[in-house]
Design a protein around this ligand. Structure first.
Ligand code: CAA
Length: 284
């Protein structure tokens, strides 16, 4: 039974996953190669739990207990050694992730499960460096993780039924609804989401409508909570470009990133996190 979780990486996704893990009652070990990032993650967890209490989403007691379950761990080995489930949320780079999993595989307990929050990279390929391929799985969270209801569980070629069942149980304990998909490029969600996002960018390039009106088309015409361009700003243009490049190399030219996306990324306009993408954002 899973009682403790290690979260590797403290970007937007890692922090959010740590938040869910601690609130769901798991002892939570958070690691990042940049030690300074751990302070930022701790501060984010505390302020987001406070916001959760203010918004009546979380009780004071649950927030206090959750923060007591979190430990920031500067070294990888002690972080993963203590965990029953290791969730990786480092940047979307195949070699970086493969290297991390190879190390985690050596350090962690025999029964531990290794999970990747990748939004598009093949789970089978990520598992190729580890011994425990039956206990290797995709656990794809959505941004912002503490709000979005879905976890996409991705089953690699060798992932066992037991690993799927254990991961599904964790997702449910985190208050999420899991779906289970086969390990194909982009899984279900990124393939659909990126297809709409790239088409919206091509429409902007062609002058079909303004960014605001393209977004409104999906917000008001299809009841999407956020249009595809605003959503790309939220997710990060660099993240979307990385996924599009991977999908175009695996699924074909229909996922070729538009020139506009490459130009904005080259200009450092990565969306909300840098203050500008398709829109201008107040820096938080
Ligand atoms: N604890 C703490 N804070 C909470 C909370 C909780 N349990 N629940 C909500 N909040 C916070 C929210 O973070 C939000 O904070 P900010 O005002 O600082 O943003 C605030 O309370 C309001 O939350 P609401 O639930 O009232 O949500 P909203 O109506 O403002 O909608 C939204 C926000 C849910 C993000 C909505 O705009 C939305 O659904 N947008 C689309 C998001 C989306 O599609 N995400 C998927 C991206 S794709 C992806 O992630 C895949 C990938 O791999 C790249």
């Amino acid at each position: 039974m899973i009682k403790s979780i290690a979260v590797i990486g403290t970007g937007t996704m890692g922090r959010g996953i740590a938040y869910l893990s601690a609130l769901a009652g798991y002892d939570t070990y958070v690691h990042d190669v940049e030690t300074a990032a751990l302070d930022g993650a701790q501060a984010w967890l505390e302020s987001t739990l406070r916001k959760g209490v203010e918004k009546n989403k979380v009780t004071e007691e649950a927030a206090r207990e959750a923060i007591g379950r979190v430990q920031m761990v500067p070294d990888l080995e002690p972080a993963v050694r203590q965990a029953d489930l290791i969730i990786e949320a480092v940047p979307e780079n195949l070699e970086l992730k493969r290297e991390l999993f190879a190390q985690a595989d050596l350090f962690c307990a025999e029964e531990a499960i290794l999970a990747s929050n990748t939004s598009s990279i093949s789970i089978t390929e990520l598992a190729s460096n580890v011994e425990r391929r039956d206990r290797f799985i995709g656990m794809h969270f959505f941004n912002p993780p503490h709000v979005m209801k879905l976890i996409e569980i991705v089953r690699g070629e060798r992932t066992s039924d037991e690993t799927v069942a254990d991961t599904r149980a964790v997702a449910q304990k985190m208050g999420k609804t899991p779906i289970v998909v086969r390990d194909v490029p982009g899984f279900a969600t990124s393939r659909l989401g990126v297809a709409i996002g790239l088409e919206a960018m091509r429409m902007l390039e062609e002058g079909v409508a303004s960014a605001e009106d393209i977004d409104r088309a999906m917000e008001l015409g299809y009841n999407h909570p956020m249009g595809p361009l605003r959503l790309t700003d939220l997710v990060g243009l660099d993240v979307r470009l990385g996924i599009a490049e991977y999908l175009s190399s695996t699924l074909g030219p229909r996922f070729e990133p538009p020139r506009l996306l490459r130009d904005l990324v080259d200009a450092g306009k990565l969306g909300q996190k840098t203050g500008e993408g398709f829109y201008k954002w107040e820096k938080s």
